[in-house]
Design a protein around this ligand. Structure first.
Ligand code: AKB
Length: 326
């Protein structure tokens, strides 16, 4: 049984925030979770209830919300992702680094007790072993998003070492879920392909057919987040961020699995064409899989979803939703 906490989620209307906020409400009670974002959620969103507008660069507003709602834990999800980040590098750095520092400062001052920081496989660049990249491989990111997250990891470790801030982080791979849409990432294709397959039977992919990347199903990503935050503090030996491996696949592999499953269900066909754009160079600079042994050893992390289960669950949920809304 999870002990109840008062929680603030930044970036709560985003792809992971939407689902994590609902999971936190299920675990701690609806009144315990304050969703915040710069974007106001639509009334039907699970975040619409107990929502406050927050720009993470506004440190005074963050402090005021923390005090007003007696917040103990912040899940700091606000960030500009890899592909969108390249359009405005300085703004991306500002949001991703200064937004985090505003949260860490609130923790240093004792206003909050715990922080969750989402890092990413984008902290790695081309000069690492591409398969089973270890936690401590050199960080030489090629995007401003990766640079900002690598800096963020070091800020987290610094606040922990110097002021004892209880901050915990995960290097998320591409996250795939039916509940919400991603925005601005290089791995977004792996969600979009399902929607296009069901709506049009055709997908134009912005990555190359054989570009394998580390990915994770949303259920696993949310469970990992809840598990690392629930682990005893002494088990969290890495205060930068932990590698998190779910599964790895290429666009051709996921397309084949979706096509096969759609045929088995008699719900259509999928044609895929490849038109790699600037995001292909970003993807090519990332690992194909990461070694998450340290997460498994320190707080018992285990991924559950492999490609066939992931595809079946996505189609179950998206097809059911399409049927209900027609
Ligand atoms: C992105 O593609 O930018 C993100 C990530 C891997 O961090 N999904």
């Amino acid at each position: 049984m999870t002990s109840p906490q008062r929680i603030l989620v930044t970036g709560a209307t985003g792809q992971i925030g939407t689902v994590l906020s609902a999971a936190l409400r299920a675990a701690h009670g609806s009144d315990a979770v304050l969703c915040t974002d710069i974007v106001t959620p639509p009334p039907a969103s699970p975040c619409a209830e107990r929502f406050a507008t927050l720009d993470v660069l506004d440190a005074a507003r963050l402090r005021a919300l923390v005090a007003e709602h007696r917040i103990e834990t912040v899940y700091h999800l606000s960030a500009v992702l890899s592909a969108r980040g390249e359009a405005d590098p300085l703004r991306t750095w500002e949001v991703n680094v200064n937004g985090l520092i505003n949260v860490l400062e609130a923790a240093r001052e004792g206003l909050i007790a715990r922080v969750f920081f989402p890092s990413t496989i984008a902290v790695f660049g081309p000069n690492v072993p591409p398969n089973g990249t270890p936690d401590d491989a050199v960080l030489n990111p090629t995007t401003v998003y990766g640079m900002s997250k690598a800096a963020g990891e070091n800020w987290c470790a610094y606040y922990h070492a110097r002021w004892g801030v209880d901050v915990r982080g995960l290097r998320y791979p591409g996250v795939i879920g039916h509940q919400s849409l991603p925005g601005g990432g290089t791995t977004d294709y792996a969600v979009d392909i399902f929607h296009q397959a069901l709506e049009n039977g055709r997908y134009e992919c912005f990555l190359a057919a054989d570009q394998r990347l580390p990915m994770i199903y949303m259920d696993d990503a949310i469970r990992a987040t809840l598990e690392i935050m629930a682990a005893p503090a002494e088990q969290i030996r890495r205060r930068t961020s932990y590698n998190l491996q779910g599964l790895s696949f290429s666009p051709a592999e996921i397309a084949a699995e979706i096509r096969g499953e759609m045929r088995r269900r008699g719900i259509g066909e999928l044609e895929i064409v490849y038109r790699p754009d600037y995001r292909q160079a970003i993807a090519a600079s990332w690992p194909r899989s990461v070694d998450d042994r340290e997460a498994r050893q320190d707080w018992n992390w285990r991924a559950r979803f492999e490609l066939p289960q992931l595809v079946a669950d996505m189609l179950d949920n998206l097809a059911a939703h399409a049927t209900c809304t027609v």
